[in-house]
Every structure is written in structure tokens, then in C-alpha cells.
Design a protein around this ligand. Structure first.
Ligand code: XIL
Length: 319
């Protein structure tokens, strides 16, 4: 038994984890990651991003991404491919290139066509566009080089290029703070409608779910939120789940964290079109959280010593 075995027995496609190239030298870590009873799906945390894949214009390097894709294949795991268009981890040659509209569209299309073609047939899903919504409710779309040069059409243009290159991959829009009803979730629903209004296909919404212990949305709110996306004709997935503690040194956080994991995985279980849950790496040993949210941590179901925490059992029981 394990998390993925339980998820699949419940009728879900997978339970998965992000991973990254550097960690794979840790053999104890890699053995757990490779156990398909625990993880039926993996996501590269960094190695398919624009700055890694096309660091200079027209020069593509898939070395690191291929390691993750090959590992998924060897382990019999699905691969979520992440991510094609994002303002972050975007090389300077794109963001500061001073390109005009037509040239930036060509650069965007070429990047997507090349990368999606390289991984054609290997990706269950692609996060085509990542974090395009502003956190400022007055400005629905984030001000980035694509928006300022191309306008909102960059989003459907990106989905159209991805669909042409791999018609079988599920094409997702992925973002954070869209896991409960609210302005940002509504803006994500508007992105679905925008892409559809261009006659272009969008298959799914990725709910990143970088959550906080004790402030995780209720199961009911998460279900209602997922349903609003599903009503537009797309599937949903939880793509980057972690639930960080503001005070990871106090061990009582683990009990509330287990409840928060149960509410979140439980919400996906209540919605048939929620296909799976991916945690953003599985162990605190390799979590991105302490580096980005100083003073917080303890966000994952396995601790720094690769021991399971109460959150692990809570997920298992949710299935
Ligand atoms: C993070 C990685 O985990 C880190 O290693 C990296 O330094 C920064 O990016 N939203 C996303 C992911 O879509 O790509 C981010 O991953 C976490 C937030």
C-alpha cells in the first residue's frame, strides 16, 4: 500500500510528487520517490523551465528534463511537465530583449513548439501558462513581458502552440491562491473562458495549493471552487501541494497539518473531475518552503529524515 495505490483504488489517476535533479543522488530519497505505490506521478521542480531549456535564443538543452522524464518512465509513473510560459525563471534575453509584438509571438511559439515536441507522448499534462494572474485585484493579469508586448492573447497563443505540438497532452493553466472562491479564482475562470473564446483548447486548471497550517481553506470551499472550474468544461488537479507551518519547531503543528492535508485531498476526492494530487516534493529535506518563506517550514508529509508525519496517515485515510 501507499498514497498512489490508495488514490488509484479510490478512482483517481495518481498521487504524485515533484522532484529535482540534484536530489536524485540521495539514494534513500530516490528509492521512496521511485516507489510507484507511493507516487504514480512526478513533476520536475525546475528542469523544464525556460531558463533551463532555452537559456539562449534557439539553443535548447533538455539534459536535465530528460533525466526526470526517463525516471518517470523507468518507474512506470506519469509525468506532469512544468512549465512553458512563466514570468519567473525566464531568461533575460526574453524579458529584456526589447522584442516587438510579432517577434515575441514567434519566440513564444518557437519555445513551446520545440519543447512540447521534444517531450511529445511523455507528458500526461503540460502546465502551459503559469501564474499569469496578478495578486492585485485591480489588475487581473500580471504585468509581464508577454502581457505588455502581446496583450492577453499571449495566453491563447501559447495554448494553441502546445495543442498543435502534442494533441494528446492535457493542457493546463496553473496558479497559486486559486484554491478557494475569490477574486483570483474568478480571474482564473476568466482565463479558461478567454482561451475557449479563441477556439483553442484548455483541458485543466492546476491548483498549486501552497497552503499554511491552520489557514487552509475548508473542504467545502475547496470543493465549491473546483466545481466552478469543472462547470466550465475543464478538469482540475492539485499540482504543488505543501502546507507550511509558521512555527515548524513547535511539534504540535503536525496535528493541525494532518487535518489540513485531509481537507485538501478530501476535496479532490469529492470532485470526480479532480484527477490527482501532487505534493511539491515529498520530504522537508528538499522543500522549497524555508528558502522562500523564511521562518516557515515542515510543509510536507515526510520529515527531514524521510520519516512519515501524521499528514501521511491523514492522506491515506482521506482515500
Ligand atoms: C520553485 C522550485 O521548487 C524552486 O526550487 C525554485 O527555486 C523556484 O521555483 N510555483 C511554481 C513552481 O509553479 O515552479 C515553483 O517551484 C514554486 C511556485
Amino acid at each position: 500500500t501507499g498514497l498512489n495505490a490508495a488514490a488509484q483504488a479510490y478512482g483517481k489517476l495518481y498521487f504524485g510528487s515533484a522532484t529535482d535533479n540534484g536530489e536524485l543522488t540521495d539514494s534513500e530519497y530516490k528509492a521512496i520517490l521511485s516507489d510507484s505505490n507511493e507516487f504514480g506521478q512526478i513533476t520536475p521542480g525546475n528542469s523544464m523551465k525556460w531558463d533551463t531549456v532555452e537559456a539562449s535564443r534557439g539553443n535548447f538543452d533538455y539534459t536535465k528534463g530528460d533525466v526526470i522524464a526517463d525516471l518517470a518512465e523507468a518507474n512506470g509513473q506519469k509525468l506532469r511537465c512544468h512549465t512553458l510560459v512563466w514570468y519567473n525563471q525566464l531568461p533575460q534575453w526574453v524579458s529584456n530583449g526589447g522584442f516587438d509584438n510579432a517577434t515575441l509571438i514567434e519566440i513564444l511559439q518557437n519555445h513551446i513548439t520545440e519543447e512540447v515536441t521534444h517531450y511529445k507522448g511523455k507528458c500526461y499534462a503540460w502546465d502551459v501558462v503559469n501564474e499569469a494572474i496578478s495578486d492585485d485585484s485591480g489588475a487581473p493579469l500580471r504585468d509581464n513581458i508577454f502581457l505588455s508586448t502581446i496583450g492577453e492573447a499571449y495566453i491563447p497563443i501559447a495554448f494553441a502552440a502546445a495543442a498543435a505540438a502534442d494533441p494528446d497532452a492535457k493542457l493546463y493553466y496553473n496558479d497559486y491562491s486559486i484554491e478557494a472562491p475569490g477574486a483570483k479564482s474568478t480571474a482564473a475562470q476568466d482565463i479558461v473562458k478567454l482561451v475557449q473564446s479563441y477556439g483553442v483548447k484548455i483541458d485543466g486548471i492546476g491548483l498549486q495549493d501552497h497552503l499554511i497550517v491552520g489557514s487552509t481553506p475548508s473542504l467545502e470551499d475547496q470543493v465549491a471552487n473546483m466545481q466552478a472550474f469543472v462547470d466550465l468544461g475543464v478538469e482540475v488537479a492539485i499540482t504543488e501541494l505543501d502546507i507550511r507551518a509558521e512555527n515548524p519547531d513547535a511539534n504540535q503543528y503536525q496535528e493541525q497539518q494532518a487535518k489540513d492535508y485531509a481537507a485538501t485531498v478530501g476535496a479532490c476526492n469529492k470532485v470526480e473531475a479532480c484527477v490527482g494530487v501532487t505534493i511539491w516534493d515529498y520530504t522537508d529535506k528538499y522543500s522549497w518552503v524555508p528558502g522562500v518563506f523564511p521562518g516557515t517550514g515542515g510543509a510536507l508529509p515526510w520529515d527531514e529524515n524521510l520519516q512519515k508525519k501524521p499528514a501521511y496517515d491523514a492522506i491515506l485515510e482521506a482515500y
